[in-house]
Design a protein around this ligand. Sequence first.
Ligand code: DGP
Length: 126
Amino acid sequence: MAYHYDDQNIFAKILRGEIPNDTVLETEHTLAFRDINAQAPTHVLVIPKGSYVTFDHFSAEASDAEIIDFTRAIGAVCRLTEVSPDAGNGYRLIANAGRDGVQEVPHLHVHVIGGRVLGRMLQPAR
Ligand code: DGP
């Protein structure tokens, strides 16, 4: 399968430093920054620095080092923002993909959301 990456997407611009961001954590392969449209007291986006559109793209083509770095960074953000159940009250991870997932920005991002009770995972289908 061939994945197409649009390097004009907003997160590619953030990674190139063309648009500012409120960074929470930066590692060799990963950047985490606050969502501009926060849905909860903690709402951080964790993105790989590599050009990956979705989680399935990333899992198929990223190196082991990128995958390890990204996975550890997500956990680190949970601890840094104190939503980890060990320090706070829990969180939800979301990675939207494609049309049905209602993905707005075509660069893989995991939302780390917490700081309030989030309710049920999905609304009933309409
Ligand atoms: P999604 O639907 O999963 O693709 O969510 C994209 C998220 O990205 C959405 O919650 C708003 C956020 N977002 C869009 N543009 C920007 C931006 O320029 N800066 C930041 N920090 N977040 C953005």
